[in-house]
Write a protein that binds this ligand. Structure first.
Ligand code: HEC
Ligand code: HEC
Ligand code: HEC
Ligand code: HEC
Ligand code: HEC
Length: 249
């Protein structure tokens, strides 16, 4: 304190202002150079901390909403690839050759070797996936451990007959153009919930509420929305009394 007083005595008031202004700058200079030797930080006004807060906050939101959810999914390849287009030319009953309803009205779902063996008892061509299919699975009588993209959690009951037979819906309405694909997409599993990506959908689309097609997501809410749209009712089975057990076991 006393040294500053001495200085002001020696110089004019204008110069004094300059020197006092310079003092914090001069003393802050070494602060940066000596990288944190002193704990004090001389920021210019409250603007900068607020700006840093906003930047940090936005970065956190982007990370939490868009980047982190991507880490929740691990990508798994199907055991072998499968070409729907190629097979639709070979079979004579269309999709039903492999995905059919049993006598009792239940849906067979993912095909078994029984639907393939007629043509693949022996290797037909030189496709490596077919070779693997015949040698590893057909010959050993082992079913292919296909990963089901749309399989719901165990607590959910879903009837294909109610939708395909009674409501006359197209497979593509819920599954997208899977039947017209030449190769199976990578399966994405949420390692927390164990759900397939097709249940909860892409996080970016979810955040921006940009779902455009039924098949982009199939959460409980998505079942409900379609039920309300299709039936024109204000409510869906969800909101009816005891309605939960229509879809839950
Ligand atoms: C009506 C006859 C027929 C049936 C039924 C059939 N396939 Fe094929 N499949 C073919 C023919 C023909 C090819 C072409 C042969 C080639 O080039 O390897 C083929 C090729 C393949 C290939 C190699 C090409 C690709 O799709 O990636 C795989 C794998 C395959 N089939 C798996 C299956 C499985 C699994 C089933 C049962 C769910 C099945 N096939 C049922 C006739 C059939
Ligand atoms: C020759 C047999 C065969 C025929 C014909 C066939 N599929 Fe498939 N399909 C398969 C196999 C094998 C898979 C792989 C299993 C999987 O992904 O779970 C599959 C998978 C699917 C899936 C994904 C199911 C899931 O959630 O995992 C859908 C949807 C599907 N097929 C729809 C169709 C439609 C629509 C048609 C008619 C245009 C059709 N398939 C014709 C054999 C066939
Ligand atoms: C109203 C929507 C809807 C329609 C229409 C529909 N599906 Fe599905 N599909 C689903 C749902 C939901 C599941 C999951 C069911 C479950 O987990 O029990 C599913 C599961 C499947 C599976 C996998 C089964 C399994 O065991 O994992 C196949 C294969 C499939 N569907 C094929 C088809 C085919 C082929 C058609 C047309 C004939 C069709 N689906 C029509 C909604 C639909
Ligand atoms: C894109 C449209 C659509 C989607 C998605 C859909 N449904 Fe449906 N669902 C229908 C239609 C249409 C009916 C027949 C409506 C009726 O008769 O009331 C129906 C009927 C049903 C029924 C029989 C209802 C009753 O009152 O007997 C059940 C159960 C059902 N759906 C379950 C589900 C489940 C579970 C899901 C989601 C995994 C689902 N649905 C997704 C359109 C859809
Ligand atoms: C139209 C069919 C449908 C009806 C009706 C329905 N649910 Fe669901 N529910 C689903 C589907 C499909 C899922 C799985 C997908 C998801 O997590 O959203 C689910 C998931 C859930 C879950 C989370 C379970 C888990 O493991 O992720 C709870 C809790 C639940 N439902 C409670 C209810 C209650 C309570 C009711 C009655 C008020 C009800 N549900 C009625 C279709 C239905």
């Amino acid at each position: 304190m006393s040294t500053t007083d001495d200085n002001t005595n020696d110089v004019s008031p204008e110069e004094a202002e300059e020197t006092t202004e310079e003092t914090p700058e001069e003393s802050s200079q070494p602060d940066y150079d000596s990288s944190g030797d002193e704990e004090e930080c001389h920021c210019s006004g409250p603007g900068l901390p607020i700006l840093f807060f906003i930047i940090g906050f936005v970065a956190m939101l982007i990370f939490g909403w868009f980047i982190f959810p991507e880490f929740l999914y691990c990508k798994i390849k199907q055991p072998i690839d499968f070409n729907h287009v190629l097979h639709m030319e070979e079979v004579d009953k269309g999709c039903e050759s492999c995905h059919f309803f049993r006598e009792d009205g239940t849906f067979a779902g993912v095909p078994k070797n029984a639907q393939c063996i007629k043509c693949h008892a022996e290797v037909q061509g030189d496709d490596p996936d077919e070779l693997e299919f015949v040698e590893k699975y057909i010959s050993n009588g082992v079913e292919v451990p296909w990963l089901s993209y749309s399989r719901q959690p165990d607590c959910v009951f879903f009837s294909h007959a109610a939708h395909v037979k009674l409501a006359n819906m197209d497979c593509a309405e819920c599954h997208g153009p899977m039947g017209e694909s030449t190769s199976l997409k990578v399966y994405e599993k949420n390692w927390l919930s164990q759900y397939s990506r097709d249940i909860w959908g892409k996080s970016v689309l979810n955040m921006l509420n940009m779902k455009q097609h039924t098949w982009e997501r199939m959460k409980m809410y998505d079942c409900a929305v379609c039920h309300m749209e299709k039936t024109g009712r204000e409510t869906s089975v969800q909101t009816a009394k005891d309605g939960c057990f229509v879809c839950h076991k």
